[in-house]
Design a protein around this ligand. Structure first.
Ligand SMILES: [Zn+2]
Ligand SMILES: [Zn+2]
Length: 222
C-alpha cells in the first residue's frame, strides 16, 4: 500500500494535482493508494516553521515533517508514506528551500507543490504543475523501491539539481530503469507503458502520451 498524507491547505486545483498524483503513483508502482484525511498545518509547531527571509513566504522544516510527523505514524503495510503540501519547504540552517526530502530506507518523504507553478492559472499551468509533481513523486518513490539514479539516459530516474534540468528530463523511464521497476513491482513492461499512456491521455500530457504509445509499438504492443 502507498499512503499519501495531504498536509495543510490546498486550492481546489492543487487538490486535483494531489489526487492525480496519488492515482499516478498507484499505476507506476502497481500498488493500491490510500489518501489519508488531511493533516492540518497546526500539526507543525512554531519551532519547525519560518518565513523565508527574502521571499517572505512561510516554510516548513522537512526534518520535522519526516521524523516527527511521518515516522511515528508510518502504517505497517506502507511501501511508501508520502506527505504532500502546498507550503514551501526548507531543510534547515544554511538552506534556502528544497522541493522535497525523503528518508528512503524508512520509506517516508515530503514534497511541496509550492514551486511547481500555480495550477489555477489555466489548463497549461495545471498540466505543468501536475507533470512536475508526478515526476518528483515517482522519482523519489522509485528510490524507495531501490532504484538508483540513472546515469545512462535522459530518464525520470536521472538526478537533477535544478527545475530547468528536471523539466528537460522525460516522465518516462529508460529501458534499464523500466526493467528494474517491473522487477521491483511485479509488473510487465507492456502493461506499465499502457497505464502510463492512458494516464497521460486522460491528463492532457500529449507529448508524454505519444512517447509511451511509441514505446508500446516499439515492443510490438499497442
Ligand atoms: Zn533521486
Ligand atoms: Zn534510466
Amino acid at each position: 500500500m502507498l499512503y499519501i498524507y495531504p498536509l495543510g491547505a490546498f486550492t481546489p486545483e492543487q487538490r486535483r494535482v494531489v489526487d492525480r498524483t496519488a492515482e499516478f503513483l498507484g499505476l507506476t508502482f502497481h500498488r493500491p493508494v490510500r489518501v489519508l484525511p488531511d493533516l492540518p498545518l497546526s500539526a507543525v509547531p512554531a519551532r519547525a516553521r519560518r518565513v523565508h527571509p527574502v521571499e517572505r513566504q512561510p516554510q516548513l522544516l522537512t526534518r520535522f515533517v519526516r521524523d516527527e510527523l511521518l515516522k511515528p505514524r508510518l502504517p505497517e503495510d506502507a511501501a511508501a508514506f508520502l506527505a504532500l503540501t502546498a507550503v514551501d519547504l526548507w531543510p534547515g540552517e544554511g538552506w534556502n528551500f528544497v522541493y522535497g526530502d525523503a528518508s528512503l530506507h524508512e520509506r517516508v518523504g515530503v514534497w511541496s507543490l509550492a514551486r511547481n507553478g500555480d495550477p489555477s492559472k489555466g489548463p497549461e499551468a495545471f498540466r505543468l504543475c501536475l507533470l512536475r509533481t508526478i515526476k518528483t513523486a515517482s522519482h523519489e518513490t522509485a528510490h524507495m523501491f531501490s532504484l538508483e539514479h540513472c546515469i545512462r539516459y535522459e530518464c525520470n530516474m536521472a538526478g537533477s539539481e535544478t527545475m530547468e534540468e528536471a523539466d528537460r528530463y522525460p516522465l518516462a523511464l529508460c529501458p534499464e530503469c523500466l526493467a528494474k521497476l517491473c522487477w521491483a513491482t511485479g509488473t510487465q513492461p507492456a502493461e506499465h507503458l499502457r497505464w502510463m499512456a492512458e494516464f497521460c491521455g486522460r491528463s492532457g500530457l500529449r507529448t508524454d502520451e505519444a512517447f509511451f504509445r511509441a514505446s508500446l509499438r516499439a515492443i510490438g504492443e499497442r
